[in-house]
Design a protein around this ligand. Structure first.
Ligand code: KIV
Length: 273
């Protein structure tokens, strides 16, 4: 048996059981090597469709395809062994019908080996969530700011700043919980609204720009490492890798231009007898 098989991965029910308990730690990853680093610290790793913006330089997540998600989902599964891996369903792969959602989600799970999928939407997606869950697909929902709806929303602004607007957001959180989602990402909503959602539903809320009142937190890894060109205002930088990479690349370029050998010279040296 491989060493990999000795470690038990977190499951969707494990995450669900953390409601109101120890805060749930999560980050996004799209590659095997970053997943390997995150795996020690994260309860779940999200292969987010933010990969469209972070890896591919797209303006929005709208053009991301199922094939892109499956390729990176597979990489993250290879790099991790302890964290639950959740793969995002991209725009256009699940909204048309419950059957379309099942076919897409089943493909993601079979081809990546991930333990759950995530989809955006609240009350209007509840019947789809129930359909998937009844057929063995654990679903994480995503409410508040839903970036795949950017063209309808008109921008990435925070939601629920005016208490008069809270009703539909609270209904969304309640509907996805009642439909059987095991957790829900709550993105960019005002703290008192996040607090009400967290208090009122039986599943963990995973905040991103929704304050510390949520049951867990998630950030896009490259945003918190200072590697993304455009970072939402709420993101705290825990690292500043951009300048370190720039310096390393500049040093390398200078060595190449100076005809200095940019490697371990002794590796290629002729052996003396
Ligand atoms: O795509 C993504 O990375 C996400 C997180 C921002 C929650 O959905």
């Amino acid at each position: 048996m491989s060493a990999q098989a000795d470690v038990k991965r977190f499951t969707a029910p494990d995450i669900r059981a953390r409601k109101g308990g120890e805060p749930i730690v999560s980050l996004t990853a799209y590659h095997a090597h970053t997943a390997r680093i995150l795996d020690r610290f994260c309860d779940f790793i999200l292969v987010g469709d933010s990969l469209g913006m972070v890896m591919h330089g797209l303006e929005t997540t709208v053009p991301v395809t199922l094939d892109m998600m499956i390729l990176q989902g597979h990489a993250v599964m290879r790099g991790s062994r302890r964290a639950l891996v959740v793969v995002d369903m991209p725009f256009g792969s699940y909204e048309a019908s419950r059957e379309q959602a099942f076919m897409s989600a089943a493909r993601v799970m079979k081809e990546t080996g991930c333990g759950a999928i995530k989809l955006e939407g609240g009350a209007h997606m509840a019947p789809t969530i129930a359909f998937l869950v009844e057929r063995g697909i654990p679903v994480m929902a995503h409410v508040g700011l839903t970036p795949q709806a950017i063209n309808a929303l008109g921008g990435f602004r925070a939601r629920g700043r005016d208490p008069a607007d809270w009703g539909p957001f609270e209904d969304d959180a309640r509907a996805v919980a009642e439909a059987g989602a095991f957790a829900v990402v709550v993105e960019a909503v005002a703290e008192p609204l996040a607090a009400r959602m967290t208090r009122d539903i039986a599943i963990p809320t995973i905040g991103i720009g929704a304050s510390a009142v949520c049951d867990g937190q998630i950030l896009v890894l490259e945003d918190m490492l200072g590697l993304s060109p455009r970072v939402p205002k709420f993101v705290k930088r825990f690292g500043d890798l951009g300048p370190s990479i720039e310096k390393a690349v500049a040093d390398y370029a200078a060595e190449v231009r100076a005809r200095s050998f940019p490697g371990q010279a002794h590796v290629y040296a002729v052996k003396s007898k």
